[in-house]
Design a protein around this ligand. Structure first.
Ligand code: SAM
Length: 281
């Protein structure tokens, strides 16, 4: 069952946090001249029109990226992220397009770096492939993203980022993430892994966190932004990124950025943030 389409959600508060974390990790990887590998297991289409029927229907971006768009007090890291989105909007004033995780990466990759994108949806895959046909160091596959950790790790570069961003429309995704991490880590223990997660029912998130903890893997950081307190009603109240082997600056960067993001993205005052080690060094 593949009913999830990211175009309904592009640019929402969860994308903002996810893509800032992604950018910060890639910036860190670029501090070394040596090339790295970027694997995006659940890519979506990579580029979104915010004035499409889908995006306008939910208008989630209005409570996400749109709240940052015209501010002049952005923390420097958030400014760099906004600059990337501005570039995609031809430097224009109007926010019309939003970048998915593959395009954030593609804008940052150097010639010595390599990317691999996977998307399973029969309608989204051809759009993704078309959006990246000009990028010679990026490969696009129609395949199960979870399998890519087995199939492509370790990368020949021996350094890189694996971004895992499933829709979680099937409860199994929570367990599949833990299994994929175990498989990937066995092959590539020095890699950086970034897992996006929603908080819909806190119990499901807790189970996944416990599963990751039980793998015995060290250095797992959890970053979260909530727009509302946990609830047993339908809907996402918070989202976050779990990062294995995070660059050492990431914890401090996110502790600086998140209070700002909570204030600006959740002016209603119901938001909160946290940065915690699931398992320290
Ligand atoms: N990572 C994207 C971004 O940040 O722009 C968003 C990805 S979206 C949350 C999840 C995507 O995974 C959807 O486009 C969906 O079609 C795709 N998908 C679902 N199951 C998959 C699987 N097993 N392998 C690869 N892609 C899958």
């Amino acid at each position: 069952m593949l009913s999830y389409r990211h175009s309904f959600h592009a640019g929402n508060h969860a994308d903002v946090v996810k893509h800032i974390v992604e950018m910060l990790i890639i910036e860190n990887l670029k501090q070394k001249e040596k090339g790295f590998y970027y694997l995006d297991t659940h890519s979506g289409v990579g580029r979104y029109r915010l004035f499409s029927e889908e995006a306008e229907k939910t208008a989630e971006f209005r409570e996400g990226i749109a709240r940052l768009w015209e501010r002049d007090d952005l923390p420097e890291e958030v400014q760099r992220y906004i600059n990337m989105i501005k570039k995609l909007n031809y430097g224009g004033k109007e926010l019309r397009y939003y970048a998915g995780s593959p395009l954030i990466a593609a804008q940052m990759l150097r010639t010595q770096d390599r990317g691999s994108l996977t998307e399973l949806h029969p309608a989204d895959y051809p759009i993704l492939r078309n959006n990246f046909k000009e990028f010679h160091n990026i490969m696009v596959k129609r395949d199960d993203g979870f399998q890519q950790l087995k199939a492509t790790l370790p990368p020949k570069e021996r350094r890189g980022l694996v971004l895992i961003d499933p829709p979680y429309e099937m409860k199994e995704d929570y367990d599949l993430v833990v299994n994929a991490i175990e498989e990937g880590y066995k092959r590539f223990a020095t890699g950086i892994y970034a897992i996006w997660y929603p908080v819909v029912l806190r119990q499901q998130t807790k189970r996944m966190v416990k599963g990751l903890k039980d793998t015995g893997i060290r250095k797992i950081l959890q970053i979260e932004l909530a727009v509302r307190p946990d609830s047993d009603q339908r809907g996402m109240t918070a989202s976050g990124m779990i990062v294995i082997n995070p660059p050492w600056q990431l914890e401090a960067q996110m502790k600086k950025i998140l209070p700002y993001l909570v204030n600006v993205l959740v002016p209603e005052g119901t938001g909160s943030w946290s940065v915690n080690w699931i398992t320290p060094e």
